[in-house]
Design a binder for this molecule. Structure first.
Ligand SMILES: [Zn+2]
Length: 411
């Protein structure tokens, strides 16, 4: 048995009495779902881009409402248990319903506004708990049309035009300026008319005068294939969006100690300053490392033609990155061998030599790492590195000194 859809004539009634005419149970391996069919209902089922109403039937939560294809019956899915009596009292969640009415009527207004300012038809509409979007033919819409359509839509709201529900046959509809004519059920169409502005065939729930939409604000534009997707919000959602953005702007003006108009300039300037500061730091680091390398080269031990540099750092003075840069700077040219270490929670050794220097760093680092209790590490004859567990400066110095003794014996 089908359900008489009371919301077609009246979107404002939320409490009603009805009779359960059928109970539906669907079982799969995961769960059992239960729905009831009523003789008449104000609950809106998911359809036409608009989501279902929530609410209660005899205090049992309604969690979904769908249309049964074969006979058009409305299935009111309930969260738990069953509803035992056939005579029921139901309540539709008004906050959710009114939100859908505001967004959906706002969509009718905005769609017509885009036709008026840009000649752009709405190709699809989608309403969810988070977003409302329409897709337009992108080629027709120029950048200036966005604010024009938004402004026109808000003017229609301020004019508080009546929104009427009309019934018409498909033939009658062809005589009316409809945005598009869908196939009617049994040749009958339900038309939503915004007085003097728009007339559309639609099965959704709408406010009774445009003023109730409150406000329409376009919040985002995007391309979807060849179409332009316009995201907007109406009524309470627009207020929430304004609140959230106002709060962000207020916090930014406080943090940046600037006016709202200057936030973008202020952030752009800050970004440039950060970039310049990074460049300065990089330059200073480069000259510091060079100075350190020159110092170490001046203090290095000489044997035959080779300069040997040993240096162990505490972890407060250096890190693995610094050690690596220093090693490559020291051995970039000449006849130099650098045996560098880093103490701390994890110790590190980097042994490196210039291309002209003798010795095999890969062989040399192994006994030193062994002394530090580490078996991992290695590299090439020119450059080897390895790490071990925690070790203090003295311990790492002993390991480096052992490598130095071995090296001196070979030179
Ligand atoms: Zn509608």
């Amino acid at each position: 048995m089908t359900t008489k859809r009371l919301y077609y004539e009246d979107a404002y009634t939320t409490r009603f009495k009805a009779r359960i005419v059928e109970r539906v149970r669907v079982e799969n391996d995961m769960a059992v779902a239960t729905a009831v069919v009523l003789d008449k209902s104000y609950f809106y089922p998911t359809s036409g881009g608009q989501p279902f109403d929530k609410g209660f039937i005899n205090d049992v939560p309604v969690v979904d409402v769908t249309i049964r294809e074969k006979d058009g019956a409305l299935l009111h899915w309930i969260s738990k248990g069953d509803i035992w009596s056939d005579d029921i009292v139901a309540d539709v969640d008004w906050a959710r319903r009114f939100d859908h009415m505001q967004q959906h009527t706002g969509q009718h207004i905005l769609s017509q506004a885009f036709i008026r300012v840009a000649g752009a038809e709405t190709l699809s509409f989608h309403l969810s708990d988070e977003t409302v979007t329409i897709d337009l033919e992108a080629t027709a819409v120029q950048p200036e049309h966005i604010e024009q359509a938004e402004f026109l839509a808000n003017q229609v709201i301020w004019q508080n035009r009546p929104v009427r529900i009309r019934a018409a046959t498909t033939e009658e509809a062809q005589q009316l300026p409809l945005r598009k004519i869908p196939p009617g059920r049994d040749g009958r169409l339900r038309l939503i008319e915004i007085e003097g502005f728009d007339i559309t065939a639609c099965g959704g729930t709408h406010v009774s005068a445009t003023g109730e939409v409150g406000l329409i604000k376009i919040v985002r534009l995007g391309r979807v294939g060849a179409n332009l997707r316009v995201e907007f919000c109406c009524g309470r959602r627009a207020l929430q969006d304004y609140r959230q953005k106002n709060s962000v702007v207020s916090r930014l003006t406080a943090v940046l100690t600037t006016g709202a108009d200057e936030i973008v300039d202020s952030v752009t300037k800050l970004q440039e300053e950060v970039k310049e500061t990074r460049r300065q730091i990089k330059r200073q680091q480069t000259s510091l490392i060079q100075l350190e390398a020159d110092n170490l080269l001046a203090q290095g031990k000489k044997k035959n033609a080779t300069t040997i540099i040993t240096r162990v750092y505490a972890d407060a003075e250096s890190d693995a990155n610094h050690l690596r840069t220093l090693a490559s700077r020291l051995t970039k040219e000449g006849n130099v061998i650098a045996l560098l270490g880093l103490a701390g929670e994890k110790c590190t050794l980097i042994f490196s030599r210039s291309a002209a220097a003798p010795g095999d760093m890969n062989q040399l680092i192994k006994p030193a790492l062994q002394m530090l209790g580490s078996a991992s590490g290695g590299g090439s004859p020119e450059m080897a590195r390895g790490g071990g567990p925690a070790a203090d400066v003295e311990r790492v110095e002993q390991a480096v000194a052992r490598a130095e003794r071995l090296l001196l014996g070979q030179l």
